[in-house]
Design a protein around this ligand. Sequence first.
Ligand SMILES: Cc1cc2nc3c(=O)[nH]c(=O)nc-3n(C[C@H](O)[C@H](O)[C@H](O)COP(=O)(O)O)c2cc1C
Length: 187
Amino acid sequence: MSGTEERRENTGLVVYSSKTGNTRKLAQGIHRGLEDALGEGIRIAAVEDNPDPAGSAWILAGFWADRGNADQKALNYLKSLEGRSVGLFGTLGAYPDSAHAKDIAQKARDAAAEKNTVLGCFLCQGKIDPALTERFRSLPADNPHAMTEERMKRHTEAAKHPDENDIASGVSACLAMIKAVLPGAAN
Ligand SMILES: Cc1cc2nc3c(=O)[nH]c(=O)nc-3n(C[C@H](O)[C@H](O)[C@H](O)COP(=O)(O)O)c2cc1C
């Protein structure tokens, strides 16, 4: 194999869906961290640009949580992939170790797993659109979505993310996911 071919096989794609910028920030941090670890030439693109997966040894796809699922643009892209090795990352308002987060991760995994191999999923919190927080605040106390002290605490914590620790954890998690499909890996 020539050097050029080797390099091409080594490349991957980071694609992300982001409404308010949290997942874009995480994606850019992961991309930077991966290039530091693996070398330059890794592609990064917004899902709206519908990046061609051809030639990518692996794909890392980012989503944001939207009403109990991964967002629709990310789901559509995941479902368009075939025969790929796909790692997932995402941001959400809920705590990443909550049952809600696990449920959303599973839905993203299921969408990707239809025609691909899923390598894993990394989640962290992302600040919640203040307009949404306000909407919850305006609900009457007997509404199931009404703002409670515990919910407000979660929104306040989410407002600090994704931070540098989240990005460092995302880089480590994504490196571990793609390790299995890097050239030279025992598999
Ligand atoms: C319309 C809407 C729906 C949301 N639904 C959920 C949800 O079901 N679960 C959750 O944990 N967070 C939810 N969030 C919070 C976002 O997932 C979170 O703020 C995320 O980081 C946004 O990512 P982005 O900045 O990349 O768009 C929602 C936010 C909005 C605006």
